[in-house]
Design a protein around this ligand. Structure first.
Ligand SMILES: Nc1ncnc2c1ncn2[C@@H]1O[C@H](COP(=O)(O)OP(=O)(O)OP(=O)(O)O)[C@@H](O)[C@H]1O
Ligand SMILES: N[C@@H](CCO)C(=O)O
Length: 306
């Protein structure tokens, strides 16, 4: 086991659910947070944050990245060392782009690397799922690509989902936050059989649509009855942006993760017009936003030893 004293981990943003795949599917995106951990010879905790929305992050032991770091040391029954953490934020916070998953995966992967890799990637993934409470962001954040997670007698089965290269995600990120906690509180605890059948069939269609880029399948597949109907009211302008995306030719629009970011899936030939229409739709009702296409990331969390 080689133990190092400094490590940098780069972790991608993710978009979870993709409409009907609530709590089980997500895809990594080429937008990153970078975390550098340096072990100190005192028991101090120093956290420095730079980049997007840096002042919003806690810089004490309540910081989620640090909590994940500590979690791994507790799991391997070691005392966490004093550490300096330098955070470069590229993923906006509490917008439905998996910022908390980057922190959980980043802290666990860094601690595992610094401790000499006592845990396998699968064990790190299990810890990450337990911390986040659902697998759909942390799994693609760790492994890259589009991933489906299902429970099994062994714990989890993870399946890589083929993604046709001409399908481009366009994200419309508003200038307000929505915490996952709040967006989960509006969901019903029970659903009807009809809604369950609706989502099972649409998720199946989505998997084939993603593999083939077949227009009529994707146009039908991005619908959902488990979470989006209840969350739309938390996102001002949802209907306006949805209509604009569809009118511009997107296959469909969904809530990215728990929101408030809205995500359109688009054939590469019309990306620019969908970006422009979604952006002006939000502007019309006075919501500032950043709208851009972001390609899927295939690498996942990436370690750089210093
Ligand atoms: N890089 C980070 N370092 C430490 N904590 C972070 C970091 N990024 C996010 N967090 C914590 O996670 C919170 C956001 O988590 P939340 O689950 O509400 O949103 P999200 O992960 O961005 O969205 P979603 O889960 O819907 O994709 C932040 O308010 C912050 O407390
Ligand atoms: N599947 C999760 C993703 C956000 O963490 C949700 O929609 O609540």
């Amino acid at each position: 086991m080689s133990v190092v004293s400094s490590i940098t981990v780069k972790v991608p943003a993710t978009t979870a659910n993709l409409g009907p795949g609530f709590d089980c599917i997500g895809v990594a995106l080429k937008l990153y947070n970078e975390f550098k951990f340096t072990i100190l010879d005192t028991d101090e905790l120093i956290i420095k944050v730079s980049g997007l929305e840096a002042p919003k992050l806690q810089t004490d032991e309540n910081n989620l990245l640090y909590q994940a770091f500590v979690k791994l040391y507790q799991y391997i029954q070691q005392t966490p060392p004093g550490v300096k953490i330098e955070i470069k934020l590229g993923v906006p916070l509490a917008r439905g782009l998996g910022s908390s998953a980057t922190a959980i995966v980043g802290g666990l992967v860094a601690a595992n690397g610094l401790a000499g890799s006592p845990l396998s990637e699968f064990q790190v993934m299990e810890l990450a799922i337990a911390m986040e409470g659902h697998p759909d962001n942390v799994v693609p954040a760790l492994l890259g690509g589009c991933r489906l997670a299902a429970t099994s007698h062994k714990g989890w089965e993870i399946c890589d989902i083929p993604w046709h290269r001409d399908i481009i995600p366009v994200v419309a990120i508003p200038n307000f936050e929505l915490s996952t906690l709040e967006a989960r509180q509006v969901l019903p605890t029970e659903i009807s059989r009809a809604d369950a059948i609706f989502n099972i069939s649409h998720l199946g269609l989505l998997l084939r649509g993603l593999a083939t880029n077949r227009e009529e399948w994707l146009r039908a597949a991005l619908q959902d009855k488990l979470h989006q109907p209840y969350r739309q009211a938390l996102i001002p302008g949802y209907d306006t942006v949805n209509l604009a995306a569809i009118a511009a030719g997107a296959y469909g629009m969904v809530i990215s993760g728990a929101g408030p970011t809205l995500l359109a899936l688009v054939d590469k030939s019309i990306v620019k017009s969908v970006e422009a229409e979604m952006s002006s739709a939000w502007m019309e009702i006075g919501v500032g936003s950043i709208v851009r296409s972001i390609f899927p990331d295939t690498q996942g969390a990436n370690i750089v030893y210093n």
